[in-house]
Structures are given as structure tokens and as C-alpha cells.
Design a protein around this ligand. Structure first.
Ligand code: THU
Length: 129
């Protein structure tokens, strides 16, 4: 299985960001999800005139992966605007936890990127009893 470095995963997120549809916020986001079979699924945020219908890049990537038959994820990279630090929003953290509570999350910041464990980003995820 070809391995994907953190830098390559960030590069995939940065590339996916180019496709973002964000005419309302002008906040373009790209995400790249590394699956345990080595596949990388990329996605971007897609906004809507009915604002609440917007989908974040991270959830779009997870849903694309699930639809492709992949459910085991190793790492996620998120790329936002250069001047911002862009960790996943709370909703995306919850969705990611559903499939990959042990996920590593990489996200861009002004200079390069930083990494965190998903469990540290969402320490008390909702679970059905
Ligand atoms: N957004 C993402 O794609 N991911 C996040 O984790 C946070 C926010 C998008 C949603 C919306 O299109 C824009 O960024 C501004 O909130």
C-alpha cells in the first residue's frame, strides 16, 4: 500500500480547496481523508443560498468515503485560508468520531500545519446509550 505523508495529505486538502463553492462566506475549505487502504478522498465546502444547507469540507470527504465503500480512516487534513487556523467544526468532529475515534487530524495554520488527536478535539462525543 503506498504511504501518504502528512505533507502530501495537506497538499491534497489544499488542492481540494480550489474547488470550494463558498460565495456567501468567501471562506474556502478543502479536506483530504486518508483511508486505511491508502486511498485519499478529497472534498471541499459547498454552500447554499439557504445557508443551513451548507456542507463542510470534512463531512463531504467522510460521506464520499462512505459512499465509496470505505469506513476505516487513518488521518484527515483540513486546509483553510492561509491567515486562519482551521480545525474541524464541532459538527464535523462528531461525524468523524462516528467512524474514526482514533483519527489524526491535521489542519493548516499561518505557517504550515498542526496535528491533533480527534479524541482531544472532541473529548465528550455524543454516543447513544
Ligand atoms: N467550514 C468547513 O468547510 N469546515 C469547517 O470545519 C468549518 C467551516 C465551511 C462552512 C462554510 O462554508 C464556511 O466554512 C464558513 O463557515
Amino acid at each position: 500500500m503506498p504511504s501518504t505523508s502528512d505533507e502530501e495529505l495537506i497538499a491534497a486538502a489544499v488542492a481540494a480547496r480550489e474547488h470550494a463553492y463558498a460565495p456567501y462566506s468567501a471562506f474556502a475549505v478543502g479536506a483530504a481523508l486518508l483511508c486505511d487502504d491508502g486511498t485519499v478522498l478529497s472534498a471541499c465546502n459547498v454552500e447554499n443560498a439557504s445557508y443551513g444547507l451548507t456542507i463542510c469540507a470534512e463531512r463531504a470527504a467522510v460521506f464520499a468515503a462512505i459512499a465509496s465503500g470505505r469506513r476505516r480512516f487513518v488521518a484527515l487534513a483540513v486546509a483553510g485560508p492561509l491567515e486562519s487556523v482551521t480545525p474541524p467544526c464541532g459538527a464535523c468532529r462528531q461525524v468523524l468520531t462516528e467512524f474514526a475515534p482514533g483519527l489524526r487530524v491535521l489542519y493548516t495554520q499561518k505557517d504550515g500545519f498542526q496535528s491533533a488527536a480527534l479524541a482531544d478535539l472532541l473529548p465528550a462525543a455524543f454516543e447513544l446509550p
